[in-house]
Design a protein around this ligand. Structure first.
Ligand code: FE
Length: 345
C-alpha cells in the first residue's frame, strides 16, 4: 500500500513536472490586428504568465494563406482575425479547434462566438464595431437614411457610394440583412442599392466618408472605427471631413444596427495549447478588453467593461442587432450569388 502510494505520488509529481520542462513558455500568435496599444496588451500577458508572444503580423488573407500552406506543421497557437465572416471561413476550413472555457463562456456573449458542438467554441469575439450610414449634412435629411433599406429606395437615386460589395464588411452586412429580411427582399434591396449608386464601388470605408464630404456622393456605409479614427485625428483635414458628414445608426426602430467583431480562436495544430487557452481568457479580462477595444476605437465584447474613448462617446449609445455574428458567414455564399445577379461589383 505504502509503495503504491509513493509510486503514485512520484508519477503525479512527474506528470506535473514534465510539461513544465517540455513546454516552452511561448505563444505563437498569428494576428491580423496591429495597433500601438497591442504592445502593452501583449507585455501585460507576458508579465502575468511568463509566456513570451511570438507574433506573425499579416492581413487576414495573408494569415489564412500562410496557415493553409503550413498545414499540420503550422506553429500557430492563436489566430486573430477581423470580421465574423472571415472567422467563420477559417472555422469551416478547419483552422481552429474548440476551446472549452468557463471564463470565456461567462465573459463573451454567445452571439459573438463561433460554432460549439459541445466541446467549446471555435472562436470568440473580443471587440465590436457597428456598420453605420454617413451622409452629407448639406444635401441629405437624416430621416431619409436612417435605415439600411433606404439605401435601396428610389428617393436616394444617384447618391450612394460603397466599397466593393464583395468585401467582407459588406458581405457580412448583407448577410445580416438577409437574416432579417429574407432572401427575395434582400436581393431586390441590393438591386435598388446598385441602381442608386453615384459611382462604381471602389476604395475603402475611409474613402467613402471622404467622398460624402466632398459631395462626390451623398450617402455611404462605414465601420464606426474609421469614423472614430478621423474624429480623433491630429490632421485638421480629417476633422474637416467629419464635420461635413452626419452619422446614423441604422434601423433603431427595427432590428438594430449591424455589428461585427474582431476575434480569435485556438489553432487546429497549436503546439502550446495551454498557453493559447490562457491567452484567449486573458483577452476577455477587464484590462485586456480595454486595450484591445481602444486600440482600434471599438467597443469591448465584454459588456461590463467601460472604455473612455471620446469619439465613441460622441457617437453615443445605440441599439445593436442581436443575431449571432456567425450568420454573416453562413449567408455569404448566397449573398455573393445575389451580388453577381444584380451586378454589384
Ligand atoms: Fe477595417
Amino acid at each position: 500500500m505504502k509503495v503504491r502510494t509513493i509510486l503514485l505520488a512520484t508519477v503525479a509529481a512527474l506528470a506535473t513536472a514534465l510539461p513544465a520542462v517540455a513546454q516552452e513558455k511561448v505563444l505563437n500568435l498569428y494576428s491580423a490586428r496591429h495597433y500601438q496599444t497591442d504592445e502593452a496588451l501583449y507585455a501585460n500577458f507576458t508579465k502575468a504568465t511568463g509566456i513570451t508572444i511570438n507574433r506573425v503580423d499579416a492581413d487576414d488573407a495573408g494569415i489564412l494563406a500562410r496557415l493553409k500552406s503550413e498545414g499540420t506543421a503550422s506553429p500557430a497557437d492563436v489566430i486573430l482575425l477581423v470580421d465574423a465572416a472571415r472567422l467563420w471561413r477559417a472555422e469551416t476550413d478547419g483552422l481552429f479547434q474548440p476551446v472549452k472555457s468557463a471564463v470565456l463562456e461567462q465573459r463573451i456573449p454567445a452571439t459573438l462566438r463561433g460554432a460549439d458542438a459541445g466541446q467549446g467554441s471555435q472562436w470568440f469575439g473580443f471587440s465590436t464595431r457597428g456598420r453605420v450610414i454617413v451622409y452629407n449634412k448639406a444635401g441629405i435629411k437624416k430621416d431619409d437614411v436612417d435605415t439600411y433599406e433606404e439605401l435601396g429606395d428610389p428617393k436616394n437615386k444617384g447618391k450612394v457610394c460603397t466599397r466593393s460589395g464583395s468585401h467582407p464588411y459588406n458581405l457580412s452586412l448583407f448577410g445580416a440583412v438577409m437574416q432579417h429580411l429574407g432572401e427575395p427582399a434582400t436581393e431586390s434591396w441590393l438591386k435598388g442599392v446598385v441602381a442608386n449608386m453615384a459611382r462604381a464601388p471602389k476604395g475603402g470605408d475611409t474613402d467613402q466618408i471622404k467622398a460624402v464630404a466632398s459631395g462626390e456622393c451623398q450617402i455611404a456605409i462605414t465601420n464606426t472605427y474609421y469614423l472614430a479614427r478621423m474624429m480623433r485625428s491630429a490632421n485638421p483635414d480629417d476633422r474637416a471631413v467629419v464635420e461635413k458628414v452626419g452619422v446614423v445608426f441604422p434601423n433603431q426602430a427595427t432590428w438594430g444596427t449591424h455589428v461585427n467583431i474582431a476575434g480569435a480562436g485556438m489553432a487546429k495544430n497549436a503546439p502550446h495549447r495551454e498557453a493559447a487557452r490562457q491567452f484567449l481568457e486573458y483577452l476577455s479580462s477587464d484590462q485586456a478588453q480595454a486595450y484591445f477595444a481602444d486600440g482600434n476605437n471599438e467597443w469591448p465584447a465584454v459588456a461590463s467593461v467601460r472604455t473612455a474613448n471620446p469619439a465613441l462617446e460622441a457617437l453615443g449609445k445605440f441599439k445593436a442587432e442581436t443575431i449571432p455574428v456567425a450568420v454573416t458567414g453562413m449567408n455569404q455564399t448566397k449573398v455573393q450569388q445575389m451580388l453577381d445577379r444584380v451586378g454589384y461589383k
